[in-house]
Design a protein around this ligand. Structure first.
Ligand code: AKG
Length: 300
């Protein structure tokens, strides 16, 4: 992250990283997504903010994740084009907190809901405001950034101005006052207040923003779709979601990827805490095996 990017992130609360994905990566992410939409699924969202348990199947108290789709969805955990930004904004040994994908189009719910906002100045009804428990903070002290939750939004489609995309209020991560209620929701693009930035991006770009910033999605107007993958990261000792990843659930991972999937701890991926979590993951697997065995015996 160069000095210009640091300046702009501190000033505005977000930056756009051009060409964060190669065209091969876009194709792989896109094909894996489309395979899950085959059969006419009307789903507009995949993965999860990890605040909900799956309705069926997995009894090992985890939550759905895009990482289950494999390929580039695994690579995104620790992708070299984004890593230097996360290290600067979160410090080393940051963790992936949750991931999801959403599709904006003519069929999707269309309104801008500005949420988040500065020094506890957001809306009282959202989890990124004064009721957030303090985890969506932003500070800059002694030459270091401090962020509670940083989102990386990977765009799979080019969103031309006027159609929709990411919106934010630049500088709002440092705001002291709450957003006046009448500016919080815009049902159409023409209702959006002028101080809101509409952030253009091309396929393969990544928008990195602090959840302390007031942000949301511009109501979609026009044809086509915007397919956006969100991977959201916390410093190693902070959590937003209540449900942690089980790194054993996603096939082969590198050591770095496994440590980024660790639950929160003041110690980060130190070997003693890694052992604790490895034990919890093994217990989950055993519990799942026993439950499946009981279900099978009940059917006999
Ligand atoms: O559509 C977007 O890029 C914004 C998504 C959003 O509001 C969020 O992830 O909290």
């Amino acid at each position: 992250m160069n000095e210009h990017e640091k300046y702009l992130f501190d000033l505005g609360g977000y930056i756009v990283v051009k060409n964060a994905l190669t065209s091969e990566q876009i194709t792989d992410l896109s094909e894996r997504l489309e395979a899950h939409r085959e059969g006419g699924s009307k789903n507009r969202g995949f993965g999860s903010d990890r605040t909900r348990m799956p309705k069926d199947g997995d009894s090992a108290w985890s939550a759905p994740s895009l990482i289950e789709w494999g390929g580039t969805y695994i690579d995104l955990i620790d992708i070299p084009s984004i890593k230097p930004y996360l290290e600067t904004l979160l410090g080393t040994n940051y963790r992936l907190d949750h991931d999801y994908l959403k599709i904006d189009s003519d069929d999707s719910e269309r309104k801008l809901f500005l949420h988040g906002g500065g020094q506890g100045a957001g809306d009282g009804a959202t989890l990124v405001g004064p009721t957030d428990g303090g985890q969506c903070y932003y500070r800059y002290n002694n030459g270091k950034f401090f962020n509670g939750l940083v989102a990386v939004a990977f765009e799979l489609d080019t969103v031309t101005p006027g159609r929709g995309g990411f919106a934010c209020v630049p500088g709002s991560h440092k705001a002291n006052l709450a957003l006046p209620r009448e500016w919080q929701i815009s049902k159409t693009q023409k209702d959006i207040p002028e101080f809101v930035n509409r952030v253009a991006a091309s396929a393969g770009d990544a928008i990195i923003f602090t959840e302390a910033s007031l942000h949301g999605t511009i109501p979609w107007e026009g044809d086509g779709e915007r397919r956006t993958i969100f991977y959201k990261y916390c410093p190693h000792a902070v959590a937003w979601g209540p449900s942690y990843y089980n790194a054993d659930n996603y096939g082969e991972l590198t050591d770095n990827q496994r440590s980024i999937l660790m639950p929160p701890s003041a110690f980060g991926p130190a070997s003693n805490t890694a052992d604790i979590w490895q034990r919890a993951q093994a217990d989950q697997a055993e519990l799942k095996r026993l439950r499946e065995e009981v279900a099978r015996l009940k059917q006999q």
